[in-house]
Ligand binder design. Structure first.
Ligand code: PXL
Length: 276
Protein backbone atom coordinates (compact mmCIF):
# COMPACT_ATOMS: atom_id res chain seq x y z
CA UNK A 1 0.00 0.00 0.00
CA UNK A 2 1.24 3.50 -0.83
CA UNK A 3 1.67 6.10 1.90
CA UNK A 4 1.43 9.84 1.28
CA UNK A 5 1.69 12.75 3.69
CA UNK A 6 -0.49 15.80 3.41
CA UNK A 7 0.55 19.12 4.91
CA UNK A 8 -2.31 21.56 5.53
CA UNK A 9 -4.55 22.99 8.24
CA UNK A 10 -7.19 21.26 10.31
CA UNK A 11 -10.32 23.43 10.15
CA UNK A 12 -12.71 21.95 12.71
CA UNK A 13 -15.89 23.18 11.01
CA UNK A 14 -16.50 23.72 7.28
CA UNK A 15 -15.30 20.88 5.09
CA UNK A 16 -11.93 21.72 3.56
CA UNK A 17 -8.22 20.88 3.79
CA UNK A 18 -7.59 17.92 6.16
CA UNK A 19 -11.24 17.06 6.81
CA UNK A 20 -11.54 16.48 3.06
CA UNK A 21 -8.11 15.07 2.18
CA UNK A 22 -8.10 12.36 4.86
CA UNK A 23 -11.42 10.70 4.04
CA UNK A 24 -10.99 10.99 0.26
CA UNK A 25 -7.43 9.73 -0.05
CA UNK A 26 -8.07 6.97 2.51
CA UNK A 27 -11.19 5.87 0.60
CA UNK A 28 -8.96 5.47 -2.45
CA UNK A 29 -6.90 2.87 -0.62
CA UNK A 30 -3.89 5.08 0.07
CA UNK A 31 -2.46 5.42 3.59
CA UNK A 32 -2.70 9.10 4.52
CA UNK A 33 -0.33 10.64 7.06
CA UNK A 34 -0.89 14.23 8.13
CA UNK A 35 1.25 17.19 9.11
CA UNK A 36 -1.23 19.79 10.40
CA UNK A 37 -0.05 23.37 9.87
CA UNK A 38 -2.69 25.09 12.01
CA UNK A 39 -5.79 24.32 14.00
CA UNK A 40 -8.75 26.58 13.23
CA UNK A 41 -12.23 26.57 14.78
CA UNK A 42 -13.47 26.92 11.18
CA UNK A 43 -12.05 27.86 7.79
CA UNK A 44 -11.55 31.57 7.17
CA UNK A 45 -14.75 32.22 5.23
CA UNK A 46 -16.61 32.14 8.55
CA UNK A 47 -15.96 35.37 10.47
CA UNK A 48 -13.24 35.47 13.16
CA UNK A 49 -12.17 31.84 13.56
CA UNK A 50 -9.97 30.94 16.55
CA UNK A 51 -6.57 30.03 15.11
CA UNK A 52 -3.74 28.07 16.69
CA UNK A 53 -0.65 28.21 14.48
CA UNK A 54 1.36 24.98 14.64
CA UNK A 55 4.57 26.22 12.98
CA UNK A 56 6.60 25.66 16.13
CA UNK A 57 5.44 22.04 16.41
CA UNK A 58 6.56 21.11 12.90
CA UNK A 59 10.32 20.62 13.59
CA UNK A 60 9.68 18.32 16.57
CA UNK A 61 7.22 16.25 14.54
CA UNK A 62 9.58 15.91 11.57
CA UNK A 63 12.58 15.20 13.85
CA UNK A 64 10.63 12.31 15.32
CA UNK A 65 9.73 11.06 11.83
CA UNK A 66 13.44 11.07 10.94
CA UNK A 67 14.19 8.98 14.05
CA UNK A 68 11.55 6.40 13.24
CA UNK A 69 12.59 6.37 9.58
CA UNK A 70 9.18 7.03 8.04
CA UNK A 71 9.06 7.26 4.21
CA UNK A 72 6.40 8.65 1.90
CA UNK A 73 5.43 7.86 -1.70
CA UNK A 74 4.14 11.40 -2.16
CA UNK A 75 3.97 14.78 -0.43
CA UNK A 76 0.84 16.89 -0.85
CA UNK A 77 0.94 20.46 0.46
CA UNK A 78 -2.19 22.60 0.70
CA UNK A 79 -3.07 25.60 2.85
CA UNK A 80 0.05 26.80 4.65
CA UNK A 81 -0.56 29.60 7.12
CA UNK A 82 2.72 31.53 7.07
CA UNK A 83 5.94 32.41 5.28
CA UNK A 84 7.96 30.41 7.78
CA UNK A 85 5.90 27.30 6.99
CA UNK A 86 6.63 27.81 3.30
CA UNK A 87 10.34 27.96 4.12
CA UNK A 88 10.06 24.80 6.22
CA UNK A 89 8.42 22.92 3.36
CA UNK A 90 11.49 23.24 1.14
CA UNK A 91 13.55 21.46 3.84
CA UNK A 92 10.72 18.96 4.37
CA UNK A 93 10.82 18.00 0.68
CA UNK A 94 14.60 17.62 0.81
CA UNK A 95 14.27 15.33 3.81
CA UNK A 96 11.17 13.29 2.95
CA UNK A 97 10.73 13.73 -0.83
CA UNK A 98 12.81 10.69 -1.74
CA UNK A 99 11.53 8.94 -4.86
CA UNK A 100 7.95 10.09 -4.29
CA UNK A 101 6.02 12.83 -6.06
CA UNK A 102 5.66 16.39 -4.77
CA UNK A 103 2.16 17.78 -5.29
CA UNK A 104 1.62 21.45 -4.45
CA UNK A 105 -1.77 23.13 -4.20
CA UNK A 106 -0.84 26.80 -3.74
CA UNK A 107 -3.97 27.61 -1.72
CA UNK A 108 -4.16 31.42 -1.37
CA UNK A 109 -7.31 32.77 -2.96
CA UNK A 110 -10.28 32.50 -5.29
CA UNK A 111 -12.64 34.68 -7.37
CA UNK A 112 -9.79 37.12 -8.09
CA UNK A 113 -8.92 37.76 -4.42
CA UNK A 114 -6.52 36.50 -1.80
CA UNK A 115 -8.01 34.70 1.22
CA UNK A 116 -7.73 36.67 4.46
CA UNK A 117 -4.25 36.64 5.98
CA UNK A 118 -2.29 36.21 2.73
CA UNK A 119 0.06 38.88 1.36
CA UNK A 120 1.81 39.73 -1.91
CA UNK A 121 5.04 38.47 -0.40
CA UNK A 122 3.43 35.11 0.31
CA UNK A 123 2.34 34.97 -3.34
CA UNK A 124 5.86 35.49 -4.69
CA UNK A 125 7.34 33.03 -2.21
CA UNK A 126 4.66 30.49 -3.15
CA UNK A 127 5.51 31.01 -6.83
CA UNK A 128 9.12 30.13 -6.01
CA UNK A 129 8.04 27.13 -3.90
CA UNK A 130 5.96 25.84 -6.82
CA UNK A 131 9.28 25.32 -8.63
CA UNK A 132 9.81 22.40 -6.23
CA UNK A 133 6.62 20.67 -7.37
CA UNK A 134 6.24 17.76 -9.75
CA UNK A 135 2.57 18.71 -10.06
CA UNK A 136 0.98 22.04 -9.12
CA UNK A 137 -2.78 22.71 -9.12
CA UNK A 138 -3.65 26.42 -8.76
CA UNK A 139 -7.05 27.84 -9.57
CA UNK A 140 -7.17 30.72 -12.06
CA UNK A 141 -6.89 33.34 -9.29
CA UNK A 142 -3.80 31.72 -7.79
CA UNK A 143 -2.19 31.19 -11.20
CA UNK A 144 -2.71 34.83 -12.25
CA UNK A 145 -1.34 36.08 -8.92
CA UNK A 146 1.78 33.91 -9.15
CA UNK A 147 2.41 34.90 -12.77
CA UNK A 148 1.75 38.59 -11.96
CA UNK A 149 -1.00 38.80 -14.57
CA UNK A 150 -4.34 40.56 -14.30
CA UNK A 151 -7.10 38.23 -13.11
CA UNK A 152 -8.71 36.61 -16.15
CA UNK A 153 -12.20 36.71 -14.70
CA UNK A 154 -14.79 34.54 -16.43
CA UNK A 155 -13.92 35.18 -20.05
CA UNK A 156 -10.85 33.52 -21.49
CA UNK A 157 -9.85 31.46 -24.46
CA UNK A 158 -8.03 28.15 -24.69
CA UNK A 159 -5.00 30.14 -25.88
CA UNK A 160 -5.08 32.09 -22.57
CA UNK A 161 -5.17 28.83 -20.63
CA UNK A 162 -2.25 27.35 -22.58
CA UNK A 163 -0.22 30.50 -22.01
CA UNK A 164 -0.89 30.39 -18.26
CA UNK A 165 -0.04 26.69 -18.08
CA UNK A 166 3.25 27.31 -19.86
CA UNK A 167 3.95 30.13 -17.41
CA UNK A 168 3.21 27.79 -14.50
CA UNK A 169 5.58 25.08 -15.72
CA UNK A 170 8.05 27.94 -16.30
CA UNK A 171 8.06 28.35 -12.50
CA UNK A 172 9.84 24.98 -12.45
CA UNK A 173 7.03 22.47 -11.89
CA UNK A 174 6.91 19.52 -14.32
CA UNK A 175 3.13 19.45 -14.66
CA UNK A 176 0.52 22.11 -14.03
CA UNK A 177 -3.25 21.80 -13.68
CA UNK A 178 -5.48 24.87 -13.76
CA UNK A 179 -8.66 24.23 -11.78
CA UNK A 180 -12.11 25.82 -11.89
CA UNK A 181 -12.04 26.29 -15.67
CA UNK A 182 -15.37 27.01 -17.37
CA UNK A 183 -15.38 27.85 -21.08
CA UNK A 184 -19.02 27.25 -21.97
CA UNK A 185 -22.30 27.31 -20.06
CA UNK A 186 -22.99 24.11 -18.15
CA UNK A 187 -19.38 22.88 -18.14
CA UNK A 188 -16.71 23.04 -15.42
CA UNK A 189 -13.34 21.34 -15.23
CA UNK A 190 -9.60 21.72 -15.51
CA UNK A 191 -6.90 22.42 -18.08
CA UNK A 192 -3.53 20.71 -17.75
CA UNK A 193 -0.08 20.73 -19.24
CA UNK A 194 2.38 17.89 -18.85
CA UNK A 195 5.73 19.59 -19.43
CA UNK A 196 7.59 16.26 -19.51
CA UNK A 197 5.52 15.03 -22.48
CA UNK A 198 4.68 18.43 -23.99
CA UNK A 199 0.98 17.47 -23.79
CA UNK A 200 -1.90 19.84 -23.15
CA UNK A 201 -5.43 18.70 -22.31
CA UNK A 202 -8.77 19.99 -21.17
CA UNK A 203 -11.14 17.90 -19.04
CA UNK A 204 -14.71 19.05 -18.50
CA UNK A 205 -17.62 17.86 -16.38
CA UNK A 206 -21.20 19.03 -15.84
CA UNK A 207 -21.41 22.34 -14.04
CA UNK A 208 -23.94 23.18 -11.35
CA UNK A 209 -24.38 26.96 -11.08
CA UNK A 210 -23.38 28.68 -7.85
CA UNK A 211 -20.38 29.23 -5.63
CA UNK A 212 -19.12 26.28 -3.59
CA UNK A 213 -16.37 26.22 -0.99
CA UNK A 214 -13.63 23.64 -0.49
CA UNK A 215 -13.88 22.23 -4.00
CA UNK A 216 -10.21 22.90 -4.79
CA UNK A 217 -9.20 20.71 -1.85
CA UNK A 218 -11.52 17.96 -3.04
CA UNK A 219 -10.14 18.13 -6.56
CA UNK A 220 -6.55 18.04 -5.28
CA UNK A 221 -7.24 15.10 -2.94
CA UNK A 222 -8.66 12.92 -5.72
CA UNK A 223 -5.67 13.80 -7.93
CA UNK A 224 -3.25 12.82 -5.17
CA UNK A 225 -5.07 9.56 -4.45
CA UNK A 226 -5.09 8.66 -8.15
CA UNK A 227 -1.42 9.53 -8.70
CA UNK A 228 -0.44 7.52 -5.62
CA UNK A 229 -2.36 4.56 -7.05
CA UNK A 230 -0.23 4.85 -10.19
CA UNK A 231 -2.72 6.49 -12.56
CA UNK A 232 -1.50 9.02 -15.15
CA UNK A 233 -2.05 12.76 -14.80
CA UNK A 234 -4.83 12.59 -17.40
CA UNK A 235 -6.63 9.82 -15.52
CA UNK A 236 -6.15 11.62 -12.20
CA UNK A 237 -7.61 14.87 -13.54
CA UNK A 238 -10.54 13.04 -15.13
CA UNK A 239 -11.40 11.31 -11.85
CA UNK A 240 -11.02 14.58 -9.93
CA UNK A 241 -13.28 16.55 -12.30
CA UNK A 242 -15.98 13.86 -12.20
CA UNK A 243 -15.86 13.56 -8.40
CA UNK A 244 -15.83 17.31 -7.77
CA UNK A 245 -18.73 18.00 -10.18
CA UNK A 246 -20.79 15.22 -8.59
CA UNK A 247 -20.09 16.51 -5.04
CA UNK A 248 -21.23 19.99 -6.11
CA UNK A 249 -24.36 18.58 -7.78
CA UNK A 250 -25.32 16.75 -4.58
CA UNK A 251 -24.71 19.90 -2.51
CA UNK A 252 -26.86 22.15 -4.69
CA UNK A 253 -29.80 19.81 -4.15
CA UNK A 254 -29.50 20.23 -0.37
CA UNK A 255 -30.47 23.82 0.63
CA UNK A 256 -27.92 24.11 3.43
CA UNK A 257 -25.47 26.84 4.42
CA UNK A 258 -22.86 26.57 1.65
CA UNK A 259 -20.03 27.57 3.99
CA UNK A 260 -20.04 24.06 5.45
CA UNK A 261 -18.53 22.83 2.21
CA UNK A 262 -19.68 20.33 -0.35
CA UNK A 263 -21.24 16.90 0.02
CA UNK A 264 -18.30 14.78 -1.07
CA UNK A 265 -19.47 11.99 1.24
CA UNK A 266 -22.32 11.21 -1.14
CA UNK A 267 -19.88 10.81 -4.04
CA UNK A 268 -17.29 8.61 -2.31
CA UNK A 269 -18.72 5.52 -4.00
CA UNK A 270 -17.27 6.84 -7.29
CA UNK A 271 -13.80 6.34 -5.84
CA UNK A 272 -14.37 2.95 -4.30
CA UNK A 273 -16.30 1.32 -7.14
CA UNK A 274 -14.39 -1.67 -8.39
CA UNK A 275 -14.63 -0.20 -11.90
CA UNK A 276 -11.78 2.17 -11.05
O1 PXL B 1 -10.24 25.46 0.99
C1 PXL B 1 -9.15 26.28 1.15
C2 PXL B 1 -8.93 26.66 2.58
C3 PXL B 1 -8.20 25.81 3.40
N1 PXL B 1 -7.98 26.10 4.70
C4 PXL B 1 -8.47 27.23 5.25
C5 PXL B 1 -9.22 28.12 4.47
C6 PXL B 1 -9.44 27.82 3.11
C7 PXL B 1 -10.19 28.76 2.28
O2 PXL B 1 -10.79 29.69 2.72
O3 PXL B 1 -9.72 29.22 5.05
C8 PXL B 1 -8.22 27.52 6.68
Amino acid sequence: MKRIVTVQDLSCVGRCSLTVALPIISAMGVETSVLPTALLSSHTLFPDPAICDLTQQIPSITDHWKKIGVRFDGIYTGYLGSLSQLDMMAGFIDEFGGEGFVFIDPVMGDHGRLYSGFTREYVSRMARFCGRGDIIVPNITEACLMLERDYLGDSYTEADLREILLGLTGLGAHKAVLTGVSMEPGKLGAAAYDGDRGEYFLCMGDRTEGSFHGTGDIFASVCVGSLAQGYSLGQAVEAAVEFTCESIRLTAAEQRDRRFGVNFEGALHLLTDSAR
